[in-house]
Design a binder for this molecule. Sequence first.
Ligand code: NOJ
Ligand code: CA
Length: 559
Amino acid sequence: MSTGDDPRWWRSAVIYQIYPRSFADGNGDGIGDIAGIRERLAHLSDLGVDALWLSPWYPSPMADAGYDVADHRDIDPVFGTLAEAEELIAQAHRSGLRIIVDLVPNHCSDAHPWFQAALAGGPDAPERELFWFRPGRGPDGAEKPTDWVSPFGGDTWTRTTNPDGTPGDWYLHLFAPQQPDFNWDHPRVRAEFEDILRFWLDRSVDGIRIDSAAMLAKDPALPEATPDGPSPFVDVDAVHEIYRSWRRIVEQYPGGRALIGEVWLPDHQRFANYLRPDELHAAFNFDFLGCAWEASALRACVDATLAAHAPVDAPATWVLSNHDVTRHVTRYGRADTTFSFAAKREGVPSDLELGTRRARAAALLSLSLPGAAYVYQGEELGLWEVEDIPPELRQDPMFVRSGGVDPGRDGCRVPLPWSGDAPPFGFSPDDATAPPWLPQPADWKDRTARTQTGDDHSMLELYRAALAIRRRHPALGDGAMTWLPAPDGVLAFHRPPGFTCLVNLSATAVPLPPHAERLLASGPLDDERLPPDTAVWLRTTEPTPTPDATATGAEPAPA
Ligand code: NOJ
Ligand code: CA
């Protein structure tokens, strides 16, 4: 359903993630920027999404592609100016698109003035209290304070040198050494971020995506992490009070401003705690993203998701890809279709034709489940993970810090192909002075936005058609769903009024249930039968209600 003026738009929205470095380059330096986004805004309104989430665009030394922020209230010159950002927000609003900015509160850049002052002022600098500075262990303090392991691989502590040249204290960085963690027990950190929140809300942004949202609070005793005990730095209970205070702030603004958390937690209950009515509005569903392309696993994931969200009355979200994970065309073409950082691989054989067919079916699945959905830039073009980037061109700290063991995330961040037969595929203007910051595969000539436009069999036209239906159909977005009886390996569910989705994950074609109209299919049908790895949206009459029909229980097939 179109989210129009609905202040609860975030319950139903389709949110398109822009990774600014790789979306479109307006000034020809090989790096995407705000000018490029503004020129391509029509692509996004034609696509039919409701909102845009922009990965960080703030001044940054780019040690982690902008997730190392040096100034939260300005724009990095590589992307443009604050005035241009304001113009983009206004232009998007005129086009009916909401804007979500990315806030990075767990850490900042080592170039941030507070951290610079903490280093320059020596051991007694009051700014050290804003971070986690600690003496090292061992007689001369040469051992790091804890053995916590970074999600990026490697250590989480770096030793400083005192202004007089002697070895000094250590500081905590859960991610790269250029990303010191803030001390959220300090009132100045809290006040600063409340002010930053207001800074962007005052600039009319509609939502805030919160980076590493479960990691802000730390156990102040800094105990070691144990395999079975609670983590001292992930999902520490004190984090919830931060979001309660933020919720109070966003509720002072008109129009329905949303807080959306990046919360990676295996425990559904702990995850749902972030979505209590006085905390965040929504959070990314990484279980769904990591789930195997397999009917029973997907059904269990959908059920667990809905069961976790219902008690806190939060909308579920459906996410297939983002700027941190292997693109799903590639994942779904592999023998093992799951995703996890621990097992992130490259060079595993992938049948991209199969992956593309499944990605098309997955699009219809994720866009018809109850709640909000996310589209990562390039997913609508059917882009695959680029796995042959030469090591010397790779930039992700995950690759560099793991000594090349972890392939890192550059492969899903390659600049988008817009038009033409050869790189830069319209990503940069014709008179560009530099090539795209990561090399684009020559084969993307078949996946440019231009070449797919008007081709009914293309991924782009599938997304456009699906999003157009979703905008006008009252059954889609937020609401209820009911599983329908279906053959093994087939997912079938009904959404009132009058909508049924069928996804065939089995190896054989299956008959369609009775229906009034076929709305959209992810691939050709085989004589009224739904082939493997294909999904279809149907207009159906209402199923006969059964007395004990529940939100996710099976009900009789619609006629
Ligand atoms: C999550 C972001 O999505 C990722 O790209 C970043 O590297 C880490 N948080 C650290 O900010
Ligand atoms: Ca540029």
